[in-house]
Design a protein around this ligand. Structure first.
Ligand code: AMO
Length: 435
C-alpha cells in the first residue's frame, strides 16, 4: 500500500488510492456517510452509501471518532457538487490505525492557554502548520542572504561559566559542583569569532531570558538570529545588511505563502522598499512628545506605546512598516556599544521596529580594549568576570558591529498573530515549562 497525498488526488481520478490522515469531520446521515479526512496537504471527502445489514464499512464509519488516525483506500471520482476540490473518494477499505479518545480536550472555541496545554492537537489545524512552514521559509531566506554576503554560520555554546552581557536576566543551572548560566545572547561569542578572524558571523539559535514578563511579546526561551560583521566603517553597514536580508525574507515568503497567509490569517505580505526610514532617538522623542506622549519628559528611550506611536507616524509619513531608531543614549545601552568621538552621550546603535514592535537591536561595538574596559567599569560591571571577553580586544580586534533579531517576534508581526506564544512551537514563559 503506498500513500497518496491529498493535494495530489486530482491527478489520480478513477484510480484506487490510499490516503493516510486524521478524521476531520463526520456527517453520518440516514442514507449517506460523509467523512472528511485531513492530511498535512489538504482535506478530502470520503463518501459512503449505506448498504444496510452486513455492510462492514458502514459499521466502521459509524464507529469513528474525530481525530483518529486512519488509512482509507478507495476510488477517486470527480464530483462537481463536492466543495473540496470537486472530487471524493468512494471507500473500499478503512483502517483505524490509532483511535482518538472522545471528547477531544480542545476545540475551535478553546482559549490560547488551554490550547497550549494540548499543543500537539492544536498544531493539527492547517493554520498552525502554515506558521511553521512560513518560519522554515524565513530561516532559509535569512541563511541564503547571509551566505550570499560571505557570512560563516556558527553555533555558539548556550552553557556559560559567567553570565553574558549584563548578568541580569540569566538562568542559573547546576553544573556538576558549580553553577553555569544559560546564554541570554551569543553576543560575546560572536564578537570572539570576529576577534578570531572570521570576517562575518551568523547564528540562528536558542536564547534564554530570565525575565518575569507576561506580555504578548516576551518568552523566556526564544530563537535568536544573530549577525556580526568585521571591518565596518559605520553601523550603517549593519543596518543595510539587515534590510537586504529582510527584503529577501519577505520576497521569499510572499512568493511561497502569500495566498495561504491571506486565507488563514487575513494579512497581506508587503515586500518593503529599501532603504527603511531611519530616525535618531532624540528626534523620535521630540516628535512623540509633540503628540502628547511622555508628558513629563522623563524617558530616554521608547516604551511600547511610544514604539507603536512612532511606527504609525512613519507609516503615515513614509508609507513604511519598518523604522530604524538610531543613536540611542549611552545610558540605556550596554557597555559594549561604540560611542561616537564627538558625542559620547549617544551610541552607534539602533533598534528596528516593525509595525510598532521592536524586532532587532544592533550596534557598532567598541573594539578598543581601554575604552571598552572603561565603559564596562562605568556601567558597574565586574572586570574580573569579564576578563575572558575583554581579552578578545587586547590582540588586534577589528572594528565590527552586528545585530540580534527575535525570530518569533518577527513571525508574530508578519502573520498578525496576537501573541508570541502562537509563533513558537512550544512556548516557554515564567508560568510555562510544559509541554
Ligand atoms: P536584545 O536583548 O534587544 O539584544 O535582543 C535582541 C532581540 O531579541 C528579541 N527578544 C525577545 N524575544 C522574545 N522574548 C524575549 N524575552 C525577548 N527579548 C529580546 C527582540 C530583540 O530585539 N546582544 C544584543 C543584540 C546585538 O546587539 O547584537 C541583544 O541580545 O526581538
Amino acid at each position: 500500500m503506498t500513500r497518496t497525498l491529498i493535494r495530489d488526488l486530482h491527478r489520480r481520478i478513477d484510480e484506487t488510492v490510499t490516503v493516510y490522515g486524521w478524521i476531520n469531520t463526520l456527517r453520518l446521515q440516514r442514507r449517506m456517510q460523509f467523512v472528511l479526512v485531513r492530511d498535512h496537504t489538504g482535506t478530502v471527502q470520503v463518501t459512503h452509501q449505506r448498504g444496510g445489514d452486513g455492510d462492514l464499512l458502514e459499521a466502521a464509519f459509524e464507529d469513528l471518532a474525530i481525530e483518529s488516525a486512519v488509512k482509507v483506500t478507495g476510488k477517486v471520482v470527480e464530483n462537481a457538487h463536492v466543495k473540496l476540490g470537486a472530487l471524493e473518494i468512494l471507500p473500499e477499505r478503512l483502517e483505524v490505525v490509532a483511535r482518538a479518545e472522545a471528547p477531544l480536550p480542545i476545540d475551535e472555541h478553546t482559549g490560547l492557554d488551554q490550547r497550549l496545554d494540548w499543543r500537539f492537537l492544536d498544531l493539527r489545524r492547517p493554520a498552525q502548520h502554515l506558521i511553521f512552514e512560513v518560519l522554515t521559509t524565513v530561516e532559509r531566506a535569512m541563511r541564503g542572504a547571509a551566505a550570499a554576503e560571505g557570512f560563516t554560520e556558527l553555533h555558539t555554546p548556550k552553557l556559560m561559566g559567567t553570565a553574558s552581557e549584563s548578568g541580569a536576566e540569566v538562568f542559573e543551572v547546576g553544573y556538576f559542583d558549580r553553577t553555569a548560566y544559560l546564554a541570554q545572547s551569543p553576543q560575546f561569542y560572536k564578537q570572539m569569532a570576529i576577534a578570531g578572524g572570521i570576517d562575518r558571523v551568523f547564528e540562528i539559535g536558542p536564547v534564554f531570558r530570565a525575565e518575569p514578563s507576561f506580555t504578548s511579546r516576551h518568552a523566556t526561551e526564544f530563537t535568536g538570529v544573530d549577525a556580526e560583521m568585521a571591518w565596518i566603517d559605520s553601523v550603517e553597514e549593519v543596518m543595510a545588511f539587515e534590510e537586504r536580508m529582510l527584503h529577501r525574507v519577505l520576497s521569499d515568503v510572499r512568493e511561497a505563502h502569500e495566498a495561504a497567509i491571506l486565507e488563514h490569517f487575513g494579512v497581506g505580505i508587503t515586500v518593503p522598499d529599501l532603504p527603511f526610514p531611519r530616525i535618531a532617538m532624540a528626534d523620535a522623542l521630540a516628535r512623540l512628545r509633540g503628540m502628547g506622549w511622555d508628558p513629563e519628559g522623563e524617558r530616554e528611550d521608547l516604551d511600547p506605546e511610544g514604539e507603536r506611536a512612532l511606527s504609525s507616524l512613519l507609516a503615515q509619513e513614509a508609507g513604511h512598516e519598518f523604522v530604524f531608531v538610531t543613536d540611542f543614549p549611552a545610558s540605556v545601552r550596554p557597555f559594549y556599544h561604540l560611542r561616537p568621538a564627538d558625542d559620547p552621550a549617544v551610541t552607534e546603535s539602533f533598534d528596528l521596529l516593525w509595525r510598532g514592535i521592536e524586532i532587532t537591536t544592533g550596534a557598532q561595538r567598541e573594539h578598543r580594549y581601554d575604552v571598552l574596559s572603561a565603559q564596562a567599569q562605568e556601567k558597574g560591571m565586574n572586570l574580573a568576570s569579564l576578563a575572558g571577553y575583554l581579552n578578545c580586544f587586547r590582540y588586534g580586534c577589528p572594528p565590527h558591529g552586528g545585530f540580534g533579531l527575535g525570530l518569533n517576534r518577527l513571525l508574530m508581526v508578519m502573520l498578525g498573530l496576537s501573541s508570541i506564544r502562537e509563533a513558537t512551537f512550544l512556548f516557554r514563559g515564567p508560568n510555562r515549562l510544559e509541554p
